[in-house]
Design a protein around this ligand. Structure first.
Ligand SMILES: [Zn+2]
Length: 307
């Protein structure tokens, strides 16, 4: 295995997808780094990994950060706009996301994906019926009829009637309970209105930085940073944030850079090339030359340096 980014100039060829770390966890600065961290979360297709954390720290941080990224409104819009270019990555991202399902006949129930299947929520429409996506209707109706004590023959007849019904027509399944078969023609995302926290931005920047320098060798400076990421506690004042949108429209790659700027180190990452996050680590007279620019291509799962 190669050391990847940290030894000398970055190679021109593509960089391995798993990088060796520094041996010790960059978060607790104590335990062996025995688990891989996704530098940019897997949730949004970030496939580059490095041995940076111990299992304890990794467990503590894992779930929350993934969910935060999934909930971020800008991330959602960016990913939705390139989904046809990265179907594999998008397919796992869209799980748990809410949609409005627009049907041919005008009903607009909410829906979610479970695996590859679209599930329309069983809420009641204004006319008292429940909407159901044609592909999942049989299972739903069967369950409802079994619960109401229907015979096998009755269930068979009802399913037959439903199969033959036109889209948008209300079929009475049991007394006072009707189901509408919908043909979904379009989905629009329901946005959460949430945005990722400074702690997550800092975590990603810190992971990126750790590919190039050994935070453990400068523990006085980095320990408070690592602690604030782990415990979601106050971020040290010598860390500065910037955030914005580039003029670029979203593209199927993420990129990041690490540079020395005015005696500080600036780590910037651009999710989908469009959402910019920059973290400046002030007072960082750490290593002499730091300047890398890396592109993580989601389509070909390749990571390579750029000039
Ligand atoms: Zn640890």
């Amino acid at each position: 295995m190669t050391d990847g980014l940290r030894n000398g100039p970055v190679p021109r060829e593509s960089i391995p997808l798993v990088l060796r770390g520094w041996g010790t966890c960059i978060y607790c600065m104590n335990n062996p780094a025995n688990t891989k961290e996704h530098i940019i979360q897997k949730t949004i297709g970030g496939f580059l990994e490095a041995w940076l954390a111990c299992d304890k720290c990794n467990n503590e941080m894992g779930q929350a950060t993934d969910l935060e990224l999934k909930d971020d409104t800008n991330v959602r819009l960016a990913f939705e706009s390139i989904k046809t270019q990265t179907p594999r990555a998008f397919n796992s991202y869209r799980k748990r996301q809410k949609y409005i399902a627009h049907s041919e006949s005008g009903e607009n129930p909410s829906a979610v994906f479970k695996g590859d299947a679209l599930f329309v929520h069983w809420q009641t429409l204004e006319d008292g019926s429940s909407p159901v996506d044609a592909s999942q209707s049989e299972k739903f109706i069967k369950t409802e009829l079994l619960n109401s004590g229907a015979s096998e023959a009755e269930i068979r007849d009802k399913l037959e009637e439903f199969r033959n019904a036109e889209n948008g027509r209300l079929v009475e399944i049991a007394k006072g309970f009707g189901v509408k078969k919908l043909a979904i023609v379009r989905l629009t995302p329901v946005l959460s209105g949430k945005f990722i926290s400074d702690h997550l931005v800092l975590k990603i920047a810190y992971n990126i930085l750790s590919l190039l320098i050994t935070p453990n060798n400068h523990s006085e400076y980095f320990e408070p940073i690592a602690t604030s990421i782990l415990n979601r506690s106050t971020i040290p004042p010598y860390v500065e944030f910037r955030q914005g949108m580039s003029n670029e429209s979203p593209k199927p790659y993420h990129r990041f850079s690490v540079e020395k700027v005015d005696g500080a180190i600036r780590v910037a990452f651009f999710l989908f090339d469009a959402l910019m996050y920059a973290v400046t680590f002030h007072r960082a007279s750490l290593d002499s030359e730091i300047s890398v620019r890396i592109v993580m291509n989601l389509k070909s799962r390749e990571i390579y340096p750029v000039a």
